[in-house]
Write a protein that binds this ligand. Structure first.
Ligand code: NAD
Length: 515
């Protein structure tokens, strides 16, 4: 309890004093470890006013000044890695390894990446035009910070998914208000403290703790909203953004398929299926949620996966190396997982590993493998977001592609084949924002590549040039250096000049034969 207190804003004087606040639970023990304020619309509006007041000063830091703060933050995360990991583990119940690899590893990379690459993506572009009337003029495309960005995050990756999106928004010169999930607000509070230590001016980044209503209030205040969460909430966010006519970037749910072709390295495919369905206890938007295996290698693949999953240790993380699969962070998620498994069993599926909630303190579900599954079952069509892996036998690659695309979602996917050209050809047929061949999920770590969903998995993307330009408006600047008193086409209109211009257009655009 004591270590959490220092992460809270000073005005709230520690956890015990936040009456009427939101209790934060350790899902691995069931203990309440902190209480955070449940901020209302007035508090959010006051935050927004403070953020707007300081934004010009932050923008005036320039690329170099902002990059300096972010590079210090990169070092801060590394110097304070143990403290950050302890905080993440305490509010999510995930393993120390999951917190280190996918959160510390991501944040360390992201702070440095945006500090270095941000200026390249946002520097003024000198543009050349084929338009003859602007010959000799200076043409510039400029990216200008939008002002105040709202970031709303989910509970599964408090550092990577909530906080990670603040980094490019800040680098672009914006103020940011982050509304972390009410389930996992402590990591964001700690990181905000870290950024202050690194020299980020007061109020450039603020954390608005609260539930859905706080998130809704935030959208009313900002110039752009970056949302990560469920498709259901994403639609509401999009509606409010449309009313206000502000841009919204939406990173939503998924049901990622994995396809194992008959020429795959089955041992590698089985290891990847096991790891990428169970890491973070399956609570990753791009977890492998379903597998389609070509008939000739189905039995071998299933036997390997069942053996590997049965060997996993699930339970309360007590330090590095203590367990493989941690807790179910969000209480209602356990109900979804149980419902999907029950539905599958009732419709004829078989369990080859796990299949039950773990009794005792904390919230855990056994790593589970299901076979004899099909698309009449929720476990194959709806996001489970838990440590479950349903595996389905398919006749051939065409059937696998058809079933993989038979989903409202389109976030990520993976294809396993020793013939990489064939694997890539299959990957190109999948309606997803990303597809990995002989790999899974790894695209998320490549910050140069866009990461976003197709279909109901989202709108827009993070990472790459678009991942920072979305926090800016584009401004086109045209500078005429040497001008005549009047352009040829101006008043009064004269038939001779009009004919001349018509002839010019024909010369420019009308020559040559077209097929
Ligand atoms: P959620 O939609 O329930 O909540 C997300 C956030 O939205 C929370 O902070 C919540 O308080 C807030 N919120 C709720 N109602 C709101 C409203 N009306 N207006 C504004 N904000 C509101 O999602 P969750 O359960 O926290 O997260 C799990 C989901 O997130 C899964 O579906 C997962 O796939 C998805 N996710 C997607 C990505 C991605 O990059 N595509 C990454 C991580 C998680």
């Amino acid at each position: 309890m004591a270590t959490i207190e220092q992460h809270l804003p000073e005005s709230h004087n520690g956890v015990a004093d936040v009456s009427g606040g939101i209790p934060v639970e350790n899902p691995a023990t069931g203990e309440i470890i902190a209480t955070v304020p449940d901020m209302d619309a007035h508090e959010v509006a006051a935050m927004a006013a403070r953020a707007r007041a300081v934004q010009p000063e932050w923008e005036a830091y320039g690329f170099a000044g902002r990059a300096r703060v972010l590079s210090r933050a990169q070092k801060w995360v590394m110097d304070n890695a143990n403290r950050v990991i302890e905080t993440i583990v305490s509010e999510t119940g995930k393993t120390y390894e999951d917190a280190q690899l996918a959160e510390i590893g991501y944040a360390g990379n992201a702070f440095g990446f945006w500090a270095k690459e941000g200026p390249k993506y946002l520097t003024d572009e000198a543009v050349k035009s084929s338009q003859v009337l602007v010959k000799g003029k200076k043409l510039i495309l400029r990216y200008r910070p939008l002002g105040l960005i709202g970031v709303i995050g989910p509970w599964n990756y408090p550092l990577t998914n909530s906080f990670g999106d603040c980094i490019p928004a800040l680098m672009a010169g914006n103020s940011v208000i982050l509304k972390p999930s009410e389930v996992t607000p402590l990591t964001s509070l700690l990181l905000a403290e870290g950024l202050r230590e690194c020299g980020l001016p007061e109020n450039v980044l603020q954390i608005a703790t609260g539930r859905g209503a706080t998130g809704a209030a935030l959208i009313e205040q900002v110039d752009m909203i970056m949302f990560t969460g469920s498709t259901r909430t994403g639609k509401k966010v999009a509606q409010t953004a449309a009313e206000r006519l502000i841009p919204a970037s939406l990173e939503l749910g998924g049901k990622d398929p994995m396809i194992v072709l008959s020429d795959a390295d089955v041992e590698r495919a089985a290891n990847f299926a096991t790891y990428y369905s169970m890491q973070n206890a399956g609570q990753t938007c791009i977890s492998i949620e379903r597998v389609y295996v070509e008939e000739p290698v189905y039995d071998e693949f299933v036997a390997k996966v069942a053996e590997k999953v049965n060997a996993l240790r699930v339970g309360k993380p007590e330090g590095f190396g203590s367990v493989d699969v941690g807790a179910i962070t969000f209480p209602p998620q356990l109900d979804t997982i149980k419902a999907h498994v029950a539905d599958a069993l009732q419709k004829g599926a078989r369990v080859l590993a796990g299949g039950k909630e773990v009794p005792g303190a904390g919230r855990f579900y056994e790593p589970t493998v299901l076979v004899d599954v099909d698309h009449s079952m929720q476990c194959m069509t709806e996001e489970t977001f838990g440590p479950t892996l349903p595996i389905m036998k398919v006749r051939d690659a065409d059937e696998a592609v058809r079933l993989a695309n038979d989903s409202p979602y389109g976030l990520g996917a993976s294809v396993f084949s020793r013939d990489t050209a064939r694997g890539e050809a299959i990957a190109r047929r999948l309606d997803t924002g990303a597809a990995n061949v002989n790999d899974a999920m790894i695209n998320y770590t490549v910050l140069e590549l866009p990461m976003g969903g197709a279909k109901a998995s989202g709108l827009g993307s993070r990472h790459g040039a678009g991942g920072i330009r979305k926090y800016c408006s584009q401004q086109a600047i045209v500078v005429t250096r040497l001008g005549m008193k009047k352009e040829l086409f101006m008043y009064p209109y004269k038939s001779r000049t009009s004919k001349l211009l018509g002839g010019l257009f024909k010369l420019l655009y009308g020559r040559g034969r077209r097929a």
